[in-house]
Write a new protein. Structure first.
Length: 325
């Protein structure tokens, strides 16, 4: 897809492009201290969950709970949760996990997560802050005894400033002790595209090739915005069969790649494709291991792969330069 976009001077985006842009900005604009899921499972004797952790990651958290950290003689692991004013629909989900791992809660009722983290950072640094943070003293005591504390967070937070505040907190801790963080993407498949994009262009999705070279601009190359403001003359949409239909505009030609047999409403062309990991083998990012992993087809079929169809499209263009593998 990215190679074809480069060939025709297009921009490319992901349906979770806004979340991806914020997650990428943490690394490109701020940086921080990071570890891997396997190292967290093996080493961390103190795990601090920060904000909302997607339900898809709860099984991973429970697998850590069942493991024993190897850096302390007791082989025991303590859990905390830095909480914010959570939505009711996610409170019950995370509450069940907190009960299972016996996590202590650090919170400032009614405050957004960025404000809670700012108060925790100030309190741990011996500075005054506005309001009272419940559970802060217990967290400070646990950090003082921990051999390898890890702050676990997701991209599904309240903006880049929240993520940056967390990294500021971890950075402060590293002035006197060891501490790190673990990033769990809000969507593994979206993060896999992000890694492939950086590998191929040096930039995350929302990159465009209109200038003849890759230019990353999370606002300019927001495809939904581009469609609404009539900046595009063709929309190619690749679906895995889940989520909402694509943004569309009357009069804009839409080419849809979908795993289903039916035509997509409003599409000029609908092409049936196979799903990676189902109809054919694929490669996905896995939060469990923190890298890409090969996945065998669970129900092999004769449906073509997306990459195969895109390659055929590229071969049919006037320019005959082969796409990279």
């Amino acid at each position: 897809m990215i190679a074809l976009a480069e060939r025709v001077g297009a921009a490319y985006d992901h349906v979770r492009g806004c979340e991806l842009a914020e997650e990428a900005a943490l690394f490109t604009d701020h940086g921080g201290f990071f570890t891997t899921p396997l190292e967290t499972r093996r080493r961390a004797d103190l795990i601090v969950l920060v904000g909302e952790i997607p339900a898809a990651r709860h099984e991973l958290l429970l697998s850590w709970h069942a493991a024993r950290p190897d850096l302390v003689p007791s082989h025991k692991r303590r859990w905390f949760h830095i909480s914010d004013a959570r939505r009711e629909d996610t409170a019950s989900e995370i509450a069940a996990i907190l009960k299972r791992v016996k996590a202590s809660v650090v919170e400032a009722p009614g405050q957004l997560l960025a404000a809670v983290l700012a108060s925790v950072r100030a309190g741990l640094g011996g500075r005054k802050s506005v309001g009272v943070v419940e559970g802060l003293d217990d967290l400070a005591a646990a950090l003082g005894k921990a051999a390898f504390p890890v702050f676990v967070f997701s991209g599904r937070q309240q903006g880049i400033f929240t993520l940056a505040m967390l990294q500021g907190l971890v950075g402060d801790l590293n002035r006197s002790r060891r501490a790190t963080s673990l990033f769990l993407p809000s969507d593994d498949r979206a993060w896999g595209l992000m890694l492939a994009s950086v590998w191929m262009t040096g930039f995350p999705p929302r990159t465009g090739f209109g200038a003849g070279k890759p230019v990353y601009d999370p606002q300019l190359s927001d495809v939904t915005r581009m469609i609404a403001e009539r900046e595009v003359d063709l929309h190619l949409w690749i679906s895995d069969g889940e989520g909402d239909p694509p943004a569309h505009r009357r009069g804009l030609p839409l080419v849809a790649f979908v795993p289903g047999e039916g035509a997509v409403s409003g599409a000029a062309v609908t092409i049936t494709v196979g799903r990676a990991g189902v109809d054919h083998d694929g490669v996905f990012y896995s939060s469990r291991i923190g890298t890409l992993m090969a996945v065998k087809a669970s129900a092999p079929s004769h449906r073509p792969s997306v990459s195969g169809v895109l390659r055929e499209l590229a071969d049919a263009l006037p320019e005959k330069e082969a796409l990279p593998c």
